[in-house]
Design a protein around this ligand. Structure first.
Ligand SMILES: NC(=O)c1ccc[n+]([C@@H]2O[C@H](COP(=O)([O-])OP(=O)(O)OC[C@H]3O[C@@H](n4cnc5c(N)ncnc54)[C@H](OP(=O)(O)O)[C@@H]3O)[C@@H](O)[C@H]2O)c1
Length: 317
């Protein structure tokens, strides 16, 4: 009977043993429960920090374009990987979406991750220049910048490409990424050994192989590739890691933006094949940031299995 009662009370409490509150001491009585004690070694094994989590702990990470797609997933993946102690600065133009993301991260991992939503248009150089100084002091010592904000507009071919689309793509994908890099690098360069920190640029297969109807987008991503490569060479005497992650086809809001909000046209891009998810790319970004300091994942190209180039996609229908 005594054991039956203990068993019953344990059932009610078992769901609490996975909560961070239990381990922070809010449920001290549970530790004396025989069934909970029996379950504890398994729990401890599951939550032991990985080498990657230890390397990321205590860092301050900026993700641009975190209101959707790859950026949003990347912020969540960082939080999940190092949930005990992390500062995340999530930026984009849609503040509400960033606030929602911050709430979701808090609900999922607890208070170990402090998420700061910041409204930032990377195509506006004034905003970019003032970005670091406008942060609260405790968020200014940035360790990792994920330059993810980017977009494609239309499928027009020269000479019919709208000037507004050309300007938007270059100002966001190229000038925005360069501006953010220049804003954050002085923080990295103040550190010992010539500097420390990670710049992770989200490029694209489009920056490696051009396709008809994507000339401007491809040109912007080729610019990202060469800016990234030159930067790595310029910083060779430092510990600053310059990393590029180039996705193939990923299903996000990307195609909806390309087709000016036409969801049916966007859906047609992915019909008959299985694109990557934003989480697939987020895992690679966090893995790159979580390597030992002397390891640089300089350049990574990621395809879904049906893709071999921008135009070579196997469709089932
Ligand atoms: N999806 C793909 O197939 C694919 C393939 C290769 C590379 N990529 C690259 O991956 C990156 C992320 O794209 P995604 O696929 O995740 O698309 P997405 O879902 O449309 O996300 C794009 C993000 O960029 C932000 N953004 C756009 N313009 C901005 C600006 N001026 N200032 C600040 N933020 C801005 C958007 O936020 P707001 O609208 O709230 O500002 C949004 O959070 C881009 O650089 C894209 O080129 C995507």
């Amino acid at each position: 009977m005594k054991y039956l009662q203990a068993y019953r009370s344990s059932i009610g409490f078992l769901r609490h043993i996975t909560s961070p509150a239990f381990h922070s001491g809010s449920f001290p009585a549970l530790r004396t429960n025989p069934f909970v004690s029996a379950a504890q070694p398994r729990f401890t094994a599951r939550t032991m920090a990985t080498a990657m989590a230890k390397r990321l702990e205590g860092k301050t990470i900026v993700v641009t374009g975190a209101s959707s797609g790859i950026g949003r997933s990347t912020a969540k993946e960082f939080a999940r990987t190092a949930p005990k102690n992390l500062k995340l600065i999530v930026t984009a133009r849609r503040l509400e979406s960033l606030q929602q993301l911050a709430q979701e991260i808090k609900e999922e991992v607890g208070d170990g991750v402090q998420t700061l939503p910041v409204k930032l248009d990377v195509s506006n150089q004034e905003e970019v220049k003032n970005f670091v100084s406008s942060l609260p002091a405790e968020f200014q010592d940035i360790d990792v910048l994920v330059n993810n904000a980017g977009l494609v507009k239309g499928v027009a071919k020269a000479p019919e490409i709208a000037q507004e689309d050309i300007d938007t793509m270059f100002q966001t994908n190229v000038n925005g990424l360069i501006g953010m890099t220049q804003a954050v690098l002085p923080i990295f360069k103040k550190r010992e050994d010539g500097g420390r920190g990670d710049i992770i640029n989200i490029g694209s297969i489009a920056g490696r192989e051009a396709y008809a109807g994507g000339s401007i987008y491809c040109a912007t991503k080729a610019a990202v590739k060469f800016f990234t490569e030159a930067l790595r060479k310029e910083l060779i005497a430092s510990r600053i890691r310059i990393i590029e992650v180039d996705p193939g086809q990923v299903e996000t809001e990307f195609s909806v933006v390309r087709f000016y909000g036409d969801k049916a046209k966007a859906d047609a891009v992915y019909s008959g094949c299985e694109p990557l998810t934003p989480d697939d790319i987020a895992e690679v970004v966090v893995f790159a940031a979580g390597r030992r300091e002397n390891v640089v994942m300089a350049d990574t190209l990621i395809f879904p299995s049906h893709q071999a180039s921008p135009g070579q996609l196997h469709k089932k229908n």
